[in-house]
Design a binder for this molecule. Structure first.
Ligand code: ATP
Length: 373
């Protein structure tokens, strides 16, 4: 849950106890005390459902909203009260707002010309940037002669050509269809790596955040629930919310029957027990929740041997997904668990609805969950 600095990077953007209360809202502040350290050159995503405070957080970093409380540091300087154009930051939205009557090259050159950058330098920088976004052959076109993805790349080039120290992106791919969005995700990641500028990327799409980010902050109700690499937030979700938002919840709850020294036994209340790494501070009798990822679970028709964690349940749903199948299993205690089994011939059973099955997994794949912050 700790915001922590990005390993091996200097801090570029630091948020300390940042609060934003628009006032009058029945549901309280939009941002309720966010602590984050975003590293220099990092591709950092703010991920969460609609209304969790992502855009508000981004707009405070940009300077379009002032926080009600807390500090925002850009490269060590407190910028609360500093206007957006003095922050050395650029913003890219979903709507590209390109000038329709200007060519692609003139759109990209616009900010440089306004700042009276010498003509030769403008030409050089625009040319290089159009190569980076792979639009050099479209320099003379008008925006309406380009596809949505190409227009978005022009908007990106226009923002990057000014060499901001950080670029903030608010759902920039939201208007594109799925195929184009997926190819733009890889493209954006490549461009970011090439220019080395810090990107802060707002999205509600977990697959998008996993694909592109060095690290992700998962937000819920104006608070950060977890910060980590894509692998960390997916494989080791810290809270039930993160587990459910990034994948499937797969939460089992119960009380610790035994505790220690390294593992505990969780009594699920239906006579079944599973083992898990012992959560911090938990003792026998503590209520505990755990999650286990659907692809870490093995399905069998009979009680398996050799696994400390096995749970009996009934198959409620089977969905064929191509490379794998998804099974929804109801445990005797009433928990709903999702299990992925590969369709490559290695699965030992292919049960149907109503069949009794056993779910088993290694102790290390049980992740104890922290209560909501
Ligand atoms: P979305 O993905 O839907 O854009 P979000 O996570 O970006 O959501 P925000 O736009 O930051 O969320 O909004 C957070 C909360 O603050 C919401 O409850 C929203 O209604 C409220 N809010 C946002 N902007 C304002 C405003 N200008 N005035 C009052 N309330 C606002």
């Amino acid at each position: 849950r700790s915001p922590g600095p990005a390993p091996g990077r200097d801090p570029a953007i630091t948020l300390v106890d940042v609060v934003k209360d628009y006032g009058g809202a029945r549901d309280g502040a939009a941002v309720r005390g966010v602590n984050l350290t975003i590293g220099q050159g990092e591709f950092f995503s703010l991920l969460g459902p609609s209304g969790c405070g992502k855009t508000t957080t981004l707009r405070m970093i940009a300077g379009f909203e002032e926080p009600t409380g807390g500090q925002i540091l850009l490269h060590g300087r407190d910028v609360v009260g500093v206007p957006p154009n003095k922050r050395d930051i650029n913003l890219v939205f979903q709507s590209y707002a390109l000038f329709p009557h200007l060519s692609v090259a003139d759109n990209v050159a616009f900010g440089l010309r306004r700042r009276r950058v010498p003509k030769d330098e403008v030409h050089d920088r625009v040319d290089r940037m159009l190569h980076t976004v792979e639009l050099a052959d479209k320099a003379d076109r008008r925006p309406r002669q380009l596809s949505g993805g190409q227009q978005q790349r022009v908007a990106l080039a226009r923002a990057l050509v000014n060499r901001p120290r950080a670029l903030l992106l608010d759902e920039p791919l939201g208007a594109l269809d799925l195929k184009l969005r997926q190819s733009m995700q890889l493209e954006l990641k490549r461009i970011q790596r090439e220019v080395g500028i810090t990107f802060v990327y707002v999205t509600h799409d977990q697959a998008e955040a996993l694909t592109m980010s060095d690290r992700i902050a998962v937000l819920n109700g104006g608070l950060v629930e977890q910060v980590g690499s894509p692998r960390e937030v997916y494989e080791r979700p810290a809270t039930a919310f993160v587990a459910g938002f990034i994948g499937t919840s797969n939460v089992l709850s119960g009380r610790l029957a035994t505790a220690g020294p390294d593992t505990g036994t969780l009594d699920l209340g239906d006579g079944q027990r599973v083992t898990l790494p012992l959560p911090d501070g938990a003792t026998a009798g503590s209520p505990v929740e755990l999650t286990v990822r659907p692809e870490k679970i093995t399905l069998t028709a009979t009680p398996p041997t050799g696994h400390a964690s096995r749970v009996r349940g009934t198959v409620e749903e089977v969905v064929y997904l191509g490379t794998s199948s998804s099974y929804t299993v109801r445990t005797a205690a009433g928990a709903e668990m999702t299990v992925f089994q590969p369709n490559d011939g290695t699965a030992t059973v292919t049960p149907g609805r109503g069949d009794t099955v056993w779910l088993s997994w290694a102790t290390a794949h049980s992740y104890p969950l922290a209560p909501a912050p």
